[in-house]
Design a protein around this ligand. Structure first.
Ligand SMILES: *[C@@H]1O[C@H](CO)[C@@H](O)[C@H](O)[C@H]1NC(C)=O
Ligand SMILES: *[C@@H]1O[C@H](CO)[C@@H](O)[C@H](O)[C@H]1NC(C)=O
Ligand SMILES: *[C@@H]1O[C@H](CO)[C@@H](O)[C@H](O)[C@H]1NC(C)=O
Ligand SMILES: *[C@@H]1O[C@H](CO)[C@@H](O)[C@H](O)[C@H]1NC(C)=O
Ligand SMILES: [Ca+2]
Ligand SMILES: [Ca+2]
Length: 491
């Protein structure tokens, strides 16, 4: 389909920069959500979310047996050709092979519209994935051959919403949504261990939840953050903004997952869109062993000390609040090395769309942060992608950043050399798989289409959730057990 949004929201395109008030009032976030809703409404009307159009591999049969004969489709000369002659089944790629695909329809969803995803590994090494969709969360096992085995789903708690965010917490997943009344679902993944795939289970949103957190102001949240080591999770972006917690970090004690309780919130810097909360280990001696949240707060990168979080509002403190060149909608980020916290990478969700430098040409930008002084983090450089698209969620494992970059798909960057060159000069894209071929002939759309998020398993399989189609299982073809950046490990 052709997307034509020029008429929808001229204000977003015109205003290159927004005022602090535009952020604080929620105007920028509101415009961004409206923009997405507009794109997705067009796609919905055009039938792009009728995911049954995309054949799941285990359903495809030719006249003489399976049509997709190969166990996996190798990336050869820059393409993984799932079906000869079909541009929609020909994926541009480098160094990544495709092992399976299942449509959202075959993953038990009537709504489709994929979003976040998170995995869980059982004690015996079996790998399971939770897949966000507008009407709930689908569950699959990914077997040793990289095949998705559908096991069932956890329906939406209140009403549908494409915004469904999932994190792993010990043997549980926690699920939040922008739907009012949703709260936080706490689901025990060990329930999947004994399911017979021939009768997938439709779990109950009451009887099958270990716990349900109902203490969010309106039940909405934008995302959830897990800090397993300290037995808590954090809800961020829980609207409305005029609530006491101001859509900041809302701490939820998970000591007993059956009865999660709120233990206070950090409202000082207002709305938080996403965060990573960890125990501090790194060069800034002042914070050794403290609980630190690295937070992505719309117009700033904000660092909190949340050690004293458990007694009401604002008992934790803001260590720093840092604006930066290019900040348009500070979205998400991840540490290079949780065990020695010196560098971090962040993404911005509106810089390309709003044509703000350095993302003005639509080639997505990953921002590099030197956080060796938590009170004065520095944006030391950035990596500019060769592909045009908006960059979305990124996660770093063993010196490699796995990005879900909407229309340009999964992108894997070697970021292991950043401590040697914090400008990002030595960052290299080492692999990619573009799950959204629809925009390739246009040179890549700067639009909210394609992939929302991805999850890497110890086996090397990467699950990629696409908004339109369903779930892809991919693997880097040089991934012998584990993939490492060239300069990894560092110490
Ligand atoms: C590819 O997908 C696009 C978008 O859904 C559609 O317009 C087009 O007809 C499809 N082409 C083929 C060959 O299936
Ligand atoms: C699963 O249960 C929900 C209610 O909790 C219901 O709305 C939905 O239709 C059920 N889905 C299937 C496939 O049975
Ligand atoms: C808070 O904002 C909501 C809209 O998001 C509004 O309906 C409500 O009246 C506001 N409450 C206060 C106390 O301002
Ligand atoms: C928390 O801090 C913010 C920012 O300083 C302030 O506006 C708000 O009133 C504080 N809330 C409480 C309950 O102290
Ligand atoms: Ca961006
Ligand atoms: Ca593409």
């Amino acid at each position: 389909m052709k997307l034509s949004l020029a008429l929808f929201l001229p204000a977003l395109a015109e205003a290159a920069k927004y005022s602090p008030h535009d952020y604080a009032s929620g105007r920028v976030h509101h415009m961004s959500m409206n923009r997405k809703e507009a794109v997705w409404a067009q796609q919905r009307a055009a039938g792009d979310f009728d995911s049954w159009k995309w054949p799941s591999w285990d359903r495809v049969r030719g006249r003489h047996g399976p049509k997709y004969k190969r166990d996996y489709v190798k990336c050869v000369n820059g393409y993984a050709v799932v079906e000869q002659g079909n541009p929609n089944q020909t994926f541009a790629c480098n160094n990544v092979d495709m092992y399976d695909f299942k449509s959202h329809a075959d993953l038990g969803s009537w709504a489709g519209e994929g979003s976040d995803t998170w995995g869980w590994v059982a004690d015996d090494g079996r790998e399971f994935i939770a897949i966000g969709q507008a009407d709930g969360t689908a569950f699959c096992e990914i077997n040793s051959r990289g095949k998705l085995i559908y096991l069932g789903r956890l329906p939406q708690q209140s009403v549908s919403s494409i915004w469904r965010d999932i994190k792993g917490y010990k043997n549980y997943i926690v699920v939040g949504s922008e739907a009012e009344g949703h709260g936080v679902q706490i689901f025990d993944m060990t329930k999947l261990l004994d399911i017979n795939p021939s009768s997938p289970k439709n779990f109950s949103t009451t009887a099958d939840l270990t716990g349900w957190f109902s203490g969010l102001p309106s039940g909405r949240s934008h995302n959830l953050v897990a800090h397993e080591e300290k037995d808590y999770i954090v809800a961020v972006g829980a609207q409305p903004r005029n609530d006491t917690c101001r859509s900041g970090l809302i701490f939820i004690d998970m000591t007993d997952p059956a009865s999660p309780t709120s233990s206070g919130c950090a409202a000082q810097d207002g709305y938080s869109h996403d965060a990573q909360c960890v125990t501090y280990r790194g060069p800034d001696k002042r914070y050794e062993g403290r609980d630190i949240c690295y937070s992505f707060n719309e117009d700033t990168f904000t660092i909190y000390d949340v050690t004293d979080r458990s007694s009401g509002t604002n008992t934790s403190s803001v260590i720093s609040r840092t604006p930066y060149y290019g900040a348009t909608y500070t979205h998400q980020g991840w540490l290079l090395d949780e065990s020695w916290q010196e560098f971090l990478f962040s993404d911005d969700e509106l810089d390309e769309l709003d044509e703000v430098e350095p993302g003005a040409d639509g080639h997505s930008v990953m921002y590099i942060w030197d956080i060796r002084d938590l009170a004065a983090p520095k944006n030391t450089g950035y990596y500019k992608a060769q592909a045009r698209s908006i960059d979305h969620n990124l996660y770093v494992h063993n010196g490699l950043a796995y990005q879900s970059n909407y229309g340009s798909g999964l992108r894997v960057l070697d970021v292991s050399g950043v401590p040697d060159d914090p400008t990002g000069g030595n960052i290299e894209e080492v692999a990619f798989f573009d799950i959204y071929p629809e925009d390739d002939s246009a040179g890549g759309l700067v639009e909210f289409v394609g992939t929302w998020s991805n999850y890497l398993f110890p086996s090397g399989y990467v699950f990629v959730n696409s908004i339109e189609r369903g779930g892809f299982v991919l693997k880097m073809n040089n991934h012998r057990g584990k993939a490492f950046g060239k300069k990894w490990p560092r110490r």
